[in-house]
Design a protein around this ligand. Structure first.
Ligand code: NI
Length: 388
């Protein structure tokens, strides 16, 4: 089974949907136009049920197979939201909204899953129910979690979840996947360093917050290098340093640090949280200053089920002839993890070819990947619930 022939026929139509979404990017939960268009198309396809407003602005479409002898239900998921990026592609269908851009290819994911939904509604060549899920707010808003909280799993009795993301650098139409941890837990921390501000020429009368913050930044790097098992993976990055002073000669009263902590394992995640709090507060204490740490847990690890990974890889292999099963996990976050925490399933990468990386202003989803991506979504349904 190479690419399903129907998707070659549908390619111009799916591409047109994709480019329309690209031209009209929306952020976080404010995906009303996109969600409205998705729901409209799902109704046109003849889905048995289309529900809007799941997890605020998520859309769910239900497609019943020709038979249902075992009560099987498979969930396929795509994300709909764009990013606050100023587009620099120069495309004739570039974003019409300055400062918003489909820079992560969610326009492509949505279009590919719509293509699969159209095909599945036409053919219904499976025994059970396919649920197509279009989520808002993947980029930092936890839209996947919102849909789960809104009863996604129990309302439709979903038993397995499958999701996909495009990957620049991977050849178009190729697939990559691995069992276990695929994407990282993505947490963030805020550290507020307080001391005693004052005249920069009289440091002995101050408690220097900038020097304390600098010591904290350096010491935080010892957590990954000295506390975490070298065979495990973790990242601690301090990304923002700000103070209440703008002068060359004033020691600020307060310095704020912001950063992110990534991990692939729950025990390492606990260690990062404990370590950042311990290092920041104690380094500050050694400098006679004070550090307050606010550590917020974000998306959990995206964990591919072992058996579901085998099934997902087989469908990919049938389409592409081969599949990369030995890819490294990535330290980015992904909120499909909330669905995979509820039910087994898998998340796979489809090649976007030689393009700019996702989140870059010159990035564009590669429409040539559509037949492979749509075939994989549809193939998961047909292979997991073969026609009776
Ligand atoms: Ni993305």
């Amino acid at each position: 089974m190479p690419v399903k022939n129907r998707f070659a026929e549908l390619l111009p139509e799916i591409t047109a949907w994709r480019r329309d979404f690209h031209e009209h990017p929306e952020l976080l939960y404010d995906v009303h136009r996109t969600a409205g268009r998705v729901a409209e198309l799902l109704r046109d396809f003849g889905c048995d049920e289309v529900v809007e407003g799941v997890g605020q602005t998520g859309v769910v479409g239900v497609i019943k197979g020709r038979s249902d002898t075992k009560g099987r239900v498979i969930g396929l998921r795509a994300d709909m939201d764009a990013l606050p990026v100023i587009e620099q592609t120069g495309l004739d269908y570039a974003s019409k909204t300055p400062g918003k851009m489909h820079a992560c290819g969610h326009d492509g994911h949505t279009a590919m899953l719509l293509g699969a939904a159209k095909y599945l509604a036409e053919t219904r060549n499976f025994d059970g129910t396919a649920v197509v899920i279009f989520q808002p707010a993947e980029e930092g808003g936890g839209g996947g979690d919102a849909m789960v909280q809104d009863g996604l799993v129990t309302r439709w009795n979903i038993q397995e979840f499958y999701g996909m993301h495009n990957m620049p650098g991977l050849p178009v139409g190729a697939f990559a996947i691995k069992p276990g941890a695929m994407m990282a837990a993505a947490d963030q921390f805020d550290i507020t360093v307080t001391g005693k501000g004052g005249h920069a020429a009289k440091p002995h009368e101050c408690i220097d917050t900038t020097l304390t913050a600098a010591q904290i930044i350096v010491a935080l790097q010892s957590i990954v290098s000295r506390n975490i098992d070298p065979l495990k993976n973790a990242v601690v990055s301090v990304c923002v340093v700000s103070t209440d002073s703008t002068a060359h000669n004033v020691i600020p009263q307060v310095v704020k640090l912001k950063g992110t902590a990534r991990s692939l394992d729950p025990a390492v995640r606990d260690q990062l949280e404990e370590g950042i709090k311990r290092v920041a507060t104690n380094v500050a204490a050694a400098m006679n200053a004070k550090a307050e740490v606010n550590y917020q847990r974000g998306y959990p690890v995206t964990m591919n089920d072992e058996q579901a990974t085998v099934w997902a890889a087989q469908v990919a292999r049938d389409i592409a002839g081969d599949v990369n099963l030995s890819m490294q996990p990535m330290m980015g976050g992904e909120d499909f993890s909330y669905m995979l925490n509820e039910r087994p399933g898998a998340y796979i990468f489809v090649g976007n070819g030689d393009t700019a990386m996702v989140h870059h202003p010159a990035y564009n989803f590669n429409d040539d990947a559509i037949p492979a991506g749509s075939s994989w979504y549809a193939g998961m349904v047909e292979s997991r619930m073969p026609a009776a």
